[in-house]
Design a protein around this ligand. Sequence first.
Ligand code: ZN
Length: 131
Amino acid sequence: MTIDHVAIVVKDLEATIALYTNTLGFDQVYRETIADQGVEVVGLRAGDSIIELLRPLDEESPIAKFRGDAPTKLHHTAYRVDDIEAKIAQLTANGVRMIDQHPRDGAHGNRIAFIHPKSTGGVLIELCQPR
Ligand code: ZN
C-alpha cells in the first residue's frame, strides 16, 4: 500500500491553487466537480506526490462545516490499493467500520471507499484504486 494523495478542504480555491503552483511549484494535473460528493477537486502534483484540494459546492455541507472558518484544513489521507473490494472485505472481517461498504467513483477516475474515523483514531482514511 502506498499514499495516493492527501486531501485538503479549502475556502478560496483559486488562492490555494496559486499557493501550491506559483509558490510551492506543484503542477495542476486535474480539476473536476464530483457532484455526489458535493466538491470541486483539484489535483496538484509534485514529483510522485499528489495533493487534492477540495472546495465544497455548498457552504452548508458537512465538509464545509468540518473546515469551519479555517482557510484550509487537512481532510483525509488516501492509500492506493490494487483490489479495493478485497481490501474492504478484509478490513470489515477485522472489525473495521467502513463509511462505504462498496466502492464509489472518486476524482480522476479512481474507485474509492472511506474508512470510518471511529476505526482509525480520528483520521479520515480513503482507500483508492486507480482506474
Ligand atoms: Zn481523496
